[in-house]
Design a protein around this ligand. Structure first.
Ligand code: BV8
Ligand code: ZN
Length: 247
C-alpha cells in the first residue's frame, strides 16, 4: 500500500507532522462533514457553525453540539488514532495537528494535539470568557448560563472566526520543519488548515495523503494512499518499528 520512498523518508526523518480531519474519526462511528451521509448534508454550516447562527438560535446550536458531544463521548478511538499516537515515540519531533473537535486523539494517547478548531468537551462564557469543562443543558435550561449570567458557547472555532493564534502558529512552524507531512482524513476544503500540506511541500517535506478518495489538495502530495486511515496507518507503523529495531 505504501511506497519504499515513504518508509525511507520516515526512516531518515527527524521531524514529522500530521494534519487530521473528520475522516480519521469515521471508523470510530463519527460522521464526517462532507461525505454523502455527512453532518453538513442535514444542516447547512452557515446555519449552525457560525456566531450569528448561535446568537440567532442558541438552542438549536446547543442541541447540535450536545448531540455531537454525546456521540463523541460514546465512541472510541480507532486504529488510525492509535497509530498516530504511536508515531509520537518514533521521531525526534512529532506534531499532531487536528481540525477535529471530538477529543479522540487525546483519548488515544496523543499528548499534545494542536486543536485548530477547538474542542467540543470545553465551553466558555461569551461575556466573561470563563471556561467550563462541564456544562449542563437541561430540559428547563436549554442554553447553559455562566455564573456572571452570560451565555456559554462551545469552545469551537466557527466559520468567520480566527483560529487560536498559538495553534495556527505552532501548526505552521511544524509544517515548515517537517521532513514528512501526513494529511489524513481531510477534504482540504477549510482554510487556513488546508494550506498546511502545501506549506510543508514548499519547505521540502515528503507529503502524503491518507484518504479513501481524492481531495482538492491531492495534487499537492508526493504520495496518495487511497484507503481508510484505520487500515492504511497501522502497517506503516509496524514496518517502521521493524526497520528501526533492525537498523
Ligand atoms: C478564519 C467548527 C480568519 C467546529 C469548522 C482563506 C483563508 C482563511 C479563511 C478562509 C479562506 N477561504 C475561506 C475562508 C473562510 C473559511 C473557509 O475555509 N471556508 C471554506 C468552507 C471555503 N474559513 C474560516 O472561516 C476559518 N476562519 O480563517 O478566520 C478569517 C475570518 C473571516 C474571513 C476570512 C478569514 C474558520 C474555519 C473553521 C470552521 N469550523 N468547524 C465544528 O463544529 O466541528 S469547519 C469543519 O470543517 C470542521 O472543523 C472540520 O474539521 C472541517 C474540515 O472538514 P474535514 O475535517 O476535512 O471533514 P470533511 O467531511 O470535509 O472531509 C472528510 C474527509 O475524510 C473526506 O475527504 C473523506 O473522503 C475522508 N474520509 C472518510 N472516511 C475516511 C476518510 N479518511 C480517512 N479514513 C477514513 N476512514
Ligand atoms: Zn461569564
Amino acid at each position: 500500500m505504501y511506497s519504499e520512498a515513504l518508509i525511507t523518508a520516515l526512516m531518515n526523518a527527524d521531524s514529522v507532522a500530521v494534519l487530521t480531519g473528520a475522516g480519521v474519526s469515521a471508523e470510530s462511528g463519527v460522521k464526517t462533514f462532507r461525505d454523502p451521509d455527512g453532518l453538513w448534508m442535514k444542516f447547512k454550516p452557515e446555519e449552525l457553525a457560525n456566531f450569528d447562527a448561535f446568537m440567532r438560535n442558541p438552542e438549536l446550536v446547543w442541541e447540535w453540539y450536545n448531540h455531537r458531544k454525546e456521540i463523541a463521548a460514546s465512541v472510541k478511538p480507532n486504529p488510525g488514532h492509535y497509530a498516530i499516537a504511536e508515531m509520537e515515540s518514533l521521531f525526534k519531533e512529532f506534531t499532531l495537528i487536528t481540525q477535529n473537535v471530538d477529543d479522540l486523539h487525546r483519548r488515544a494517547g496523543t499528548s499534545n494535539p494542536i486543536e485548530l478548531h477547538g474542542n467540543i468537551t470545553r465551553s466558555f462564557c461569551i461575556d466573561c470568557n470563563k471556561f467550563y469543562d462541564k456544562v449542563e443543558v437541561s430540559e428547563q435550561q436549554k442554553i447553559p448560563k455562566c455564573d456572571c449570567g452570560g451565555m456559554i458557547r462551545p469552545d469551537v472555532v466557527w466559520f468567520g472566526e480566527m483560529l487560536p493564534m498559538n495553534a495556527i502558529q505552532t501548526a505552521t512552524a511544524a509544517a515548515q520543519d517537517a521532513d514528512v507531512f501526513f494529511s489524513i482524513g481531510t477534504s482540504g476544503e477549510v482554510y487556513p488548515a488546508a494550506q498546511l500540506p502545501g506549506i510543508a511541500r514548499q519547505y521540502g517535506a515528503y507529503v502524503v495523503e491518507v484518504n479513501p478518495g481524492k481531495t482538492s489538495i491531492s495534487f499537492q502530495m508526493n504520495e496518495c494512499l487511497l484507503g481508510p486511515s484505520g487500515v492504511v496507518l497501522p502497517p506503516i507503523i509496524e514496518e517502521l518499528k521493524r526497520r528501526k529495531l533492525s537498523a
